[in-house]
Design a protein around this ligand. Structure first.
Ligand SMILES: [Ca+2]
Ligand SMILES: [Ca+2]
Ligand SMILES: [Ca+2]
Ligand SMILES: [Ca+2]
Ligand SMILES: [Zn+2]
Length: 617
């Protein structure tokens, strides 16, 4: 695996390194330096010429991608193909299925085949953009694939992670919504594209918002009605339209969002494309539309949710899930609704540790429970993942408004309502001084076919607010990736620890085997064990003529005590329904009859497989 990496940097770097080595080997000590990177020499100082030819300390990347802009679906998929082509051994581009609009839900499998099939390893599933307008998770996913590949063999922790784990990465599970957002003016893009009659007039998607002035933004419409309006220009900033106090009159009335009333029902934009919530269609505490709008008619009605579920069911080795949303700066876990009840304490401890470290990895993000920290969600994918698939499931709300003015001093200043960065006007300040006015569309006169002379404007572009400024996106990608890689690293990892054999009589042996899970997450979440949704871990003995007379759990390796017998029918195949806790070692004690050697194996669907050959002597 090292060979592959060195080849990447070899061509030019090695030649220059060899040149440096040649001069270094003639130093006073005459000590030949080892490896491609010359160690600091105690001999004469290097000459300027040496430094001029020394290899550059900065790494160059094999594949260059942009992380300071937003990719439409075709661009995302093209970049995924480029990465697959550059790293064919590790990457496999697949489609999870088709959307309502006929687009592929493209996914990447990241796996090192030299260390086993992806399905044999604990896997981290990362998806994004279920809400079509929440786009930057797509770039985080792309960055993650890119980063893992570019740093494999260069950074030990990344090499180990790629060798030990598999990754399934889906940059957008709502490509219909993403493209509609990217190419259109950005309005109404949260939904997928299953037609829905939003206003109950028996017509579907008949009257959506429209970009009448063609500037790529769905703006507001206002009419100037001096002394008769409900709104007026703010004294703090004339671009801000504020409602007047009760009893006062203003100069403007707001007439709604940009568009035309096509069906003459007196409303504009009342029934656009689709219009439901794709993250309310999973059968975990699913509730019908009259309880929660946007849930559709029945769970798994949407092909996108079906495709994600089919993939997860076919990959029971998935032990971690992240679904990226925006915005608000949150690390969210389920339950989505109070009524489903809190998770078992041992699961909560696992989530809490990962979430709190997440807050350190992601400044301005808070670790919260969905129903209590955000709002109630019935039928969301994290509930489905945790409760029904037994996957430790998290959802990051990418980008926090606190990051615009990100120092304690500026935070303090924002408490002053007269400050130019007070919350009411902060966006305008940022637009003026950091974006050079590019993100705000000011009010402009417009002749509306139905309202006559009006003004439209007063809106920020679709790329402002929910997504970071482009120049801040690489940090967002990196920090969120780092958090997901941390979660991936803390998925269960089983190994066989110490073993001991004691001969009691001819052909009779006592054998102790330590079973180790050194990561935070258990092999089976307590909730999953309760719901009986993950197959039990299996502890097996395989050896010709080796017979298990008894097996027991040793309460403590260090304090002799009665070891409770394991009361199962087939002691060569012990089922462990609750799995193994995180950061724990358990010792199993066997009484065996036989000779030669045998294999002890611990096979966990989500914790991987570990085995060891033990000789009976
Ligand atoms: Ca309708
Ligand atoms: Ca509709
Ligand atoms: Ca417009
Ligand atoms: Ca209408
Ligand atoms: Zn969302």
């Amino acid at each position: 695996m090292m060979a592959r990496t060195f080849r990447l940097i070899a061509t030019s770097a090695l030649l220059t390194a060899l040149a440096v080595l040649a001069s270094a080997s003639m130093s006073a000590q005459g000590k030949p330096a080892a490896g491609a990177a010359p160690a600091p020499q105690a001999g004469p100082a290097r000459t300027a010429r040496d430094w001029a030819t020394a290899p550059n300390s900065e790494r160059t990347y094999k594949v260059k991608l942009d992380f300071n802009r937003w990719h439409d679906v075709a661009e995302l998929q093209a970049d995924m193909r480029t990465l697959e082509k550059a790293y064919p051994k590790f990457l496999k581009y697949i489609s999870l299925g088709k959307t309502v609009g006929g687009r592929d839900i493209a996914a990447m499998i990241v796996n090192n085949p030299d260390t086993g099939a992806d399905t044999a390893k604990p896997a981290m599933y990362i998806e994004a953009n279920i809400h079509g307008n929440e786009i930057q998770g797509g770039e985080v996913c792309l960055y993650t694939i890119w980063y893992l590949m570019e740093h494999y063999g260069r950074i030990d922790a990344i090499t180990r992670l790629v060798d030990e784990r598999a990754f399934y990465i889906v940059p957008t599970i709502n490509p219909d919504g993403r493209d509609y957002f990217m190419r259109g003016p950005g309005g109404n893009a949260r939904t997928g594209h299953m037609p829905v009659d939003d206003d109950n007039d028996y017509q579907f998607d008949e009257d959506g918002p429209e970009d009448l002035n063609g500037n790529g933004v769905i703006e507001q419409i206002r009419k100037y009605v001096p002394g008769q309006g409900t709104h007026r220009k703010s004294a703090a900033d004339p671009r801000v339209l504020e409602p007047v106090k009760p009893g006062e009159t203003g100069d403007y009335v707001l007439l709604g969002q940009e568009g035309v009333d096509h069906d003459g029902d007196g409303r504009i934009g009342e029934d656009g494309l689709g219009s439901y919530d794709p993250n309310r269609n999973y059968p975990a505490d699913w509730q019908p539309n009259y309880v929660q709008g946007g849930a559709m008619d029945y769970p798994f009605q949407l092909p996108e949710a079906q495709a994600v579920n089919a993939f997860l069911l076919a990959h029971p080795n998935v032990a971690g899930l992240q679904t990226y949303h925006n915005s608000g700066g949150m690390i969210l876990r389920s339950p989505g609704a109070e009524q489903t009840g809190e998770y078992p304490a041992s699961d909560v401890r696992v989530y809490d540790e990962i979430g709190r470290n997440g807050e350190r990895i992601l400044p301005y993000y808070r670790y919260l429970v969905i129903w209590s920290g955000l709002y109630t969600v019935h039928g969301g994918v994290t509930d489905w993942g945790n409760d029904t698939l037994g996957i430790l499931s998290l959802s990051n709300e990418l980008w926090s408004g606190g990051q615009y003015f990100n120092s304690p001093e500026l935070k303090e200043q924002q408490k002053d309502p007269e400050s130019p960065i007070a919350p009411r006007v902060a966006s305008y300040f940022f637009n003026d001084y950091l974006e050079f006015g590019d993100q705000f569309t000011d009010w402009k006169p417009f002749t509306h076919p139905q309202f006559g002379d009006v003004e439209i404007g007063g809106s920020f572009r679709k790329t402002f607010g929910r997504v970071p400024p482009r120049f801040m996106n690489e940090e967002l990608c990196h920090r969120n990736m780092a958090f997901s890689l941390y979660q991936a690293d803390e998925m269960p990892r089983m190994s066989i620890g110490d073993t001991k054999v004691e001969r009691l009589a001819d052909g009779i042996f006592k054998v102790w085997v330590d079973l180790v899970n050194d990561k935070i997450a258990p092999t089976i979440l307590a909730k999953a064990a309760m719901n009986n949704v993950v197959p039990p871990d299996l502890l097996t003995i395989d050896g010709k003529g080796v017979e298990v007379l008894s097996a027991s759990w040793v309460p403590s390796k260090w304090r002799p005590a009665v070891a409770p017998m394991i009361d199962q029918k087939d002691l060569k195949r012990i089922m462990i329904r609750n799995g193994q806790a995180g950061r724990s070692t358990r010792t199993v004690q066997y009484l065996l009859k036989g000779a030669g050697s045998f294999t002890v194996k611990y096979a966990s669907v989500k914790g991987g497989t570990a085995q060891k050959i033990i000789a009976l002597q």
